[in-house]
Ligand binder design. Structure first.
Ligand SMILES: [Fe+2]
Length: 327
């Protein structure tokens, strides 16, 4: 088979991989310290938040493309880091002053602190949670807020950090937990972290579920979860996420194409290189098309998962080769 392996296409993310890896490692140490001594090394935590924030500020030209580098038992730490990155990105888009951006980034890191108290068998359970397990999970927002307030003298604006931890599972229509708060009762930072939290959870792989693609995740969050999230925040967010990341295979009205470029504000209508007709027969000459001229109607479906493997196998050709030509 010609071309590059599917998993070897590297795209620029809003943070460097080294920043992410380092942050996950340090978060793991921070959570252990809180668990064993109830003490938090705020300098260490602030360093993590700052490294994320400065990457996000320095790389505004990059769309969000989360890289899944987490290991099985580091899920909570990697998740906290991703939530922090996404929150920082939304904060930057909102043009928050640096001090507030730093606080929001820190809030993302600490939002799930209360999970320290939840048994790891429940957190990593392979399958659906029963009622009892779910009610244990439901305590983590308040537990997190309580722990943050216990360490209040070590933290900047602890009352806001505690609200983020307590409110990140609240939903604007009052359907969330623990207090069924409604839109005007929820802090704006908690609304940001809620979006970051759900986006990362849906796009990540867990022992009990496959990751959803960014476009499926967008559909779930924008269309199937109406009333849950702040409308303007969610649109701002998805305008800056690679909804169809470079390398995605799309079935379009022009045939099968591979995404070669995605742009800010047009994340749902990327540029593609059409390499096969609608029946899947290779074209003699691939054609480059910018889908923003047609709008989303040109896209029939995204080819992903097992379907993608079958498709590539049948082609006996790896369309990723068009990405290197693009470069
Ligand atoms: Fe949570």
């Amino acid at each position: 088979m010609r071309g590059l392996p599917l998993n070897k296409v590297k795209m620029a993310d809003v943070v460097q991989q080294a920043t992410r890896e380092n942050a996950i490692e340090r978060m793991s140490a921070t959570f252990s310290a809180v668990e064993s001594s109830g003490q938090l090394d705020i300098n260490e935590l602030q360093k993590i938040a700052d490294s994320i924030m400065y990457d996000v500020i320095d790389r505004p030209e990059n769309l969000l493309q989360l890289t899944d580098i987490r290991l099985h038992d580091t899920y909570t730490f990697a998740h906290s880091v991703n939530v922090s990155i996404i929150s920082a990105m939304i904060g930057r888009l909102l043009k928050l002053p640096k001090e507030e951006l730093s606080l929001l980034t820190l809030g993302g890191l600490l939002h799930d602190l209360g999970k320290i108290k939840v048994a790891s068998e429940i957190l990593n359970k392979n399958g659906r949670l029963n009622d009892e397990e779910f009610s244990e999970i439901k305590h983590h927002p308040e537990e997190g807020a309580r722990r943050i307030m216990e360490m209040a003298d070590m933290l900047p604006h602890p009352e806001i950090l505690a609200r983020i931890a307590e409110e990140h599972h609240e939903r604007l229509d009052g359907s969330g937990y623990p207090h069924n708060k409604k839109s005007n009762e929820i802090h704006s930072f908690s609304k940001v972290v809620a979006i970051a939290d759900v986006y990362d959870a849906l796009t990540s792989e867990r022992s009990y579920k496959r990751p959803y693609t960014p476009s499926v995740t967008r559909n779930i969050m924008v269309n199937l979860s109406k009333g849950h999230f702040d409308e303007s925040l969610i649109h701002l967010f998805f305008n800056n996420v690679a909804v169809y990341p470079v390398g995605t295979i799309l079935k379009t009205i022009y045939g099968f194409g591979i995404v070669t470029k995605c742009e800010f504000g047009h994340t749902e209508t990327p540029s593609i290189c059409v390499f096969a007709d609608n029946e899947g027969n290779m074209k003699d000459k691939p054609e480059r098309i910018d889908l923003k001229d047609d709008g989303t109607r040109a896209i029939e479906m995204e080819v992903s998962g097992i379907e993608l493997l079958h498709f590539i196998h049948k082609l006996t050709f790896n369309p990723m080769v068009y990405l290197t030509e693009e470069a």
